[in-house]
Ligand binder design. Structure first.
Ligand SMILES: Nc1ncnc2c1ncn2[C@@H]1O[C@H](COP(=O)(O)OP(=O)(O)OP(=O)(O)O)[C@@H](O)[C@H]1O
Length: 243
């Protein structure tokens, strides 16, 4: 089966700095792929490049066999790949469903946007708190609200950018269960950047490891966590290893 996402020898340079160096990998439809690496490894740059916010200096990116590198972000979103936004402020005084509707208005009338927003909330298990103001939600509910907002564009591939950043272990487990269900029931492909190793290792089918812009390892969570190159990369950046 052809991959849903194919990244082929992508290089990104910022002036003299090589932020991504001939990075290549494939993602199958319905797969959960974790992307890890020490600070400055290139994770954010890779997400930005996938989303069309950064143009690769070399290489190509295909989404369902269509080249998307160099395409504008909204056109990539229309081709069904989108991203959550790190620390995007939800409107705290508005209800949850109204917040998701702000992303769902692309679907037409207010009534249609509301129906779409409720569908997205159902997908992440938040339907029952739809009418509550966002300020009254728990941290894991807020994290899942970000995911629901991203789902309003009906992605096949969803890039999750540190949605679990502020959570405790118990809260993380709650979000992870919802994300797993989203993949299992909807077949949505998830690519995840997360500093919490526990979340990455618990959720991912496969983990990609970046270091200084290069892909240094790829495998199951168990394979990656005993890979000597990965251990060296993290020991050199002990701050990250403790997250
Ligand atoms: N717009 C930019 N202009 C110049 N250099 C940049 C730009 N964006 C990122 N970089 C550099 O590219 C490299 C990769 O950064 P990136 O933010 O992608 O890493 P990261 O893995 O996401 O790090 P972190 O975990 O700290 O978020 C770093 O050296 C960074 O300083």
């Amino acid at each position: 089966m052809s991959p849903i996402v194919a990244v082929n020898a992508v290089t990104v340079r910022f002036g003299g700095l090589v932020a991504l160096d001939t990075v290549g990998f494939r993602v199958a439809g319905g797969e959960i792929v974790g992307l890890i690496g020490p600070n400055g490894a290139g994770k954010t740059t890779l997400f930005s490049t996938l989303m069309g916010l950064v143009r690769p200096s070399a290489g190509s990116i295909c989404l369902e066999d269509h080249r998307v590198d160099g395409m504008k972000p909204h056109l990539i979103a229309r081709r069904a790949m989108t991203k959550t936004f790190q620390n995007t402020a939800l409107f705290p005084q508005m209800s949850l469903v109204e917040n998701v509707m702000t992303a769902a208005v692309v679907h037409g009338s207010v009534q249609e946007a509301r129906a779409e927003a409720l569908r997205c909330l159902e997908l992440v298990g938040l339907r029952r708190v739809a009418e509550q103001p966002v300020r009254s939600l728990t941290f894991p509910q807020k994290a899942l609200a970000e995911v629901a907002r991203a789902l309003a564009t009906r992605p096949k591939v969803l890039l999750l950018d540190e949605v679990m950043a502020a959570l405790t272990h118990v809260e993380m487990d709650e979000v992870m269960a919802s994300l797993r269900r989203l993949r299992d029931e909807q077949g949505i492909t998830l690519i995840i950047v997360e500093h919490h190793m526990r979340a990455i290792m618990g959720l991912s089918d496969r983990v990609l490891v970046l270091n200084f812009g290069r892909l240094i390892a790829e495998g199951s969570p168990a394979e990656v966590s005993r890979n000597p190159d990965v251990l060296t990369a993290y020991l050199g950046h002990s701050h990250d290893a403790h997250h």
